[in-house]
Design a protein around this ligand. Structure first.
Ligand SMILES: Cc1cc2nc3c(=O)[nH]c(=O)nc-3n(C[C@H](O)[C@H](O)[C@H](O)COP(=O)(O)OP(=O)(O)OC[C@H]3O[C@@H](n4cnc5c(N)ncnc54)[C@H](O)[C@@H]3O)c2cc1C
Length: 471
């Protein structure tokens, strides 16, 4: 490899074409900057290719069984159902391709130059971009690091890409596995449960903490466990430590310690979904040649303008730290692209929604009831079950509830939703919180009828006047 085959000079170089990176590139270009976007794998990053989109496409496809059961129940008879999983995967790949093509088109429309290759900092104004035997040297005024994260590899449970695989590889299997063992009861692990158990896999979940989905309130998790048959059919091992993997007759067996006993859990695959790692990518980025420093948690240190400790370099998305969410990366990318172009903007969002695509879905934003009680001493709570929503009933999606949490003076402080369309409903709650809405602002807003979001207005009213629906 010969360093410096060609040299290019741009205003802004963005490293990584995931949600954070391509958004930053578009914002920079819209501001008139000459922008180069460098990607070592595929445009769209983890989100489009190995995360949000393929996971949700498979969850959508997995809903067939429940839907067909419902159609039969209401008189629409279907014949035998035959699942061609390879065709399902081909459709999912087509969804990915269409989104990737759209991003490339948008980059092109905005005049962003796109380069396949691996970027590395040579100094605070220069990177190298390596591809096969070619190396391009790129000088820039500003650079944005958007290198994302990878599945965390755990000692004893190293990925062998055969039996021990990551959340990325399970999305590519060509046959529905009979049995899967999932290490990690976070949202990525539990979304894997949602789709593969519906396709017919038997799943065992191993979680080190005393319950799964620790990022959500216990009542939320209890609610989906009550209504979600696939969680019932899943073996969940909590306070259980995955130690190592052994193979028996070619089948991987997870060795687990729980309550002083050793369990041996076998499956076609052991999926290790116990966290995400940013360090391996950052370590090979040549940051030692810049003034970029890491924070105490090992992420790139940034301020609210996504500026690192190197005045020429910004950082966005997973590489800049938790929460690892595409919608956070999008917003940070937008801010960084604007800052690089001299705009006076910052990441000033107070509220970040979190969504999990189980069945029913879970979506939360703002403070929980317990947090409000601790901070304000008292709280106003409104809870409405989806079973009283005309829209939810007529769509056969009446499981779950909407809970509104407000301060004693009726200032909205948080919303928790368990519902089939929670992921869509949380947008209104997030906007209301960002705009400092009161309960009255929500109840006096006309909600189209019949729709799922009416339940948010009903829950806000319940918080004002007490329960408006029988329990
Ligand atoms: C299974 C799964 C499901 C998920 N579901 C959701 C969801 O429903 N909602 C949600 O909000 N989030 C979800 N996420 C998280 C989301 O995918 C990430 O938060 C998001 O992709 C982060 O975006 P990013 O731009 O920081 O980085 P990434 O999307 O990770 O992209 C980084 C890119 O940088 C490239 N790169 C790295 N190093 C270099 C280099 N040296 N040179 C050139 N290119 C480089 C990589 O190849 C990659 O394409 C999910 C993640 C997973 C794994």
């Amino acid at each position: 490899m010969v360093a410096g085959d060609t040299t290019t000079s741009v205003d802004l170089v963005v490293i990584g074409a995931g949600p954070g990176g391509y958004t930053a590139a578009l914002r920079g270009a819209r501001n008139g900057l000459e922008v180069l976007l460098v990607e070592k794998e595929t445009v769209g990053g983890v989100c489009v290719n190995h995360g949000c989109i393929p996971a949700k496409a498979l969850i959508h496809a997995a809903g067939f069984q429940k839907d067909i059961q419902h159609w039969n129940d209401i008189g629409i008879r279907t014949g035998n159902v035959d699942v061609d999983f390879q065709a399902v995967q081909a459709w999912k790949n087509d969804v990915i391709q269409r989104l990737s093509d759209d991003i490339l088109q948008r980059l092109d429309n905005h005049g962003v130059a796109y380069r396949e290759g691996t970027a590395r900092f040579l100094d605070s104004n220069t990177i190298s971009v390596a591809r096969d035997d070619d190396v391009e040297t790129v000088t820039y005024d500003s650079a944005i690091i958007a290198t994302g994260s990878q599945p965390l590899e755990i000692p004893g449970l190293e990925f062998d890409h055969q039996g021990v695989i990551s959340s990325r590889e399970i999305l590519q299997v060509q046959e529905v596995p009979d049995e899967i063992v999932v290490v990690g009861g976070g949202y990525i692990g539990m979304e894997a449960v949602t789709k593969f158990s519906k396709f017919g896999s038997h799943i065992k979940v191993v979680e080190a903490r005393d319950r799964v989905l620790c990022m959500f309130e216990e009542e939320v998790v209890d609610s989906i466990q009550e209504t979600s048959s696939e969680l019932y059919d899943t073996e969940i091992y909590t306070s259980a430590w995955a130690k190592t993997v052994e193979y028996e007759d070619g089948t991987p067996v997870l060795v687990v310690e729980q309550d002083g006993e050793i369990l041996r859990l076998s499956g076609d695959y052991i999926i290790v979904a116990a966290g995400r790692d940013t360090t391996s990518t950052l370590e090979s980025l040549g940051l030692e040649n810049t003034a970029v420093e890491m924070d105490s948690e090992g992420f790139v240190e940034t301020d609210d303008r996504m500026q690192t400790t190197d005045e020429n370099i910004l950082c966005v998305g997973d590489a800049a730290g938790q929460p690892f969410l595409a919608h956070v990366a999008y917003r940070e990318g937008d801010v960084a692209g604007g800052v690089a172009a001299g705009e006076d903007i910052a990441f000033d969002n107070e509220y970040i929604p979190a969504v999990m695509f189980t069945d029913p879905e879970v979506a939360v934003v703002g403070l929980t009831e317990a947090e409000v009680r601790e901070e304000y001493g008292d709280t106003r709570i409104g809870i409405v079950p989806l079973s009283v929503s005309g829209r939810a009933l007529s769509a056969n999606k009446s499981a779950g509830y909407v809970k509104v949490v407000a301060a004693p003076d009726e200032q909205l402080l948080g919303v928790q939703i368990v519902a089939a369309r929670a992921s869509d409903m949380i947008a209104e709650a997030t906007l209301a919180l960002e705009l400092d809405a009161t309960l009255d602002d929500i109840t006096s807003t006309i909600h189209a009828h019949p729709t799922f979001p009416e339940a948010l207005a009903d829950a806000a009213e319940a918080a004002q006047v007490g329960s408006i629906h029988p329990p």
